[in-house]
Design a protein around this ligand. Structure first.
Ligand code: ZN
Length: 251
């Protein structure tokens, strides 16, 4: 562990520790992903707690501790206020969980940091619908770390995908279209496959221009969650919470 660290970071994971502490996993600009002990932050009126919610962004001072950095100072960056919409908070939690799963400790990467920071801000912006923002955020993150699904050709026969329904098969990392036999997976209508392909080509503006109907939203979310779960071999608990909220009609 080097000497003290002064850096800016986005919170990816929080775990309660002892009576009033938390262990935080933070993506920093210049030091990559680091864990730190935040002492006393669960006390009412804790001095250092601002900016340390999930996906919160803060300027941090970390000092070396026995086995972990200890948070000495945190000052929030950017607009506070994330509202209390449970769907938005679940989307934010899912993006944080996926980023935490995709990124290793250390490995500073300022471009990736800005990407995570930008999408964290958009997800928490109460002026934007969170579920389309989540799809764009997960897609760009997967693209940046080289985990995009294959969306040009049918994974069954290798022919270019056509403008018709198909099914995303996580084990194959791509889409299968009939007449190839479709072994389960996430079924997608033609529009979903079109949108996924546009995003895979890097056309993120398509996501901002679109009118996201419920089916397009649920299918693109389901594809990304199935894909990331398979690639990360990780449950992504926030995806279950989000699915339950959506089923219960909370949006
Ligand atoms: Zn085929």
């Amino acid at each position: 562990m080097p000497a003290s660290v002064a850096d800016e970071g986005v919170v990816l994971r929080r775990r309660n520790y002892q009576e009033a502490d938390r262990i935080l996993v933070i993506l920093t600009r210049d030091h990559g992903k680091v864990s730190c002990l935040a002492r006393g932050v669960r006390r009412p009126r804790a001095r250092n707690a601002a900016g340390l919610d999930l996906l919160g962004r803060a300027k941090l001072l970390l000092i070396p501790g026995r086995s972990l950095y200890v948070l000495a100072q945190a000052r929030p960056v950017g607009a506070a206020g994330r509202g209390d919409d449970p769907i938005r908070l679940a989307c934010a939690a899912l993006f944080a969980e996926a980023a935490d799963g995709l990124l290793e400790e250390g490995h500073p990467d300022p471009i990736l940091f800005e990407l995570v920071g930008e999408h964290a801000e958009r997800l928490l912006d109460i002026g934007r619908p969170p579920r389309p923002e989540l799809v764009l955020a997960l897609f760009r993150l997967a693209a940046e770390v080289g985990y995009l699904p294959a969306l040009e050709r049918c994974m069954g026969c290798g022919r270019p995908l056509e403008n018709r329904p198909g099914s995303f098969i996580p084990e194959l990392g791509g889409v299968v279209q009939p007449p190839c036999p479709v072994p389960g997976g996430v079924s997608c209508e033609a529009a979903t496959i079109r949108v996924l392909r546009a995003l895979a080509r890097g056309d993120f503006e398509v996501g901002r221009r679109l009118r996201w109907g419920p089916r397009l939203l649920s299918e693109t979310e389901a594809v990304l969650v199935a894909h990331l779960r398979h690639r990360l071999d990780r449950r992504l608990l926030a995806a279950d919470v989000l699915a339950q909220l959506v089923d219960a009609g909370a949006d």
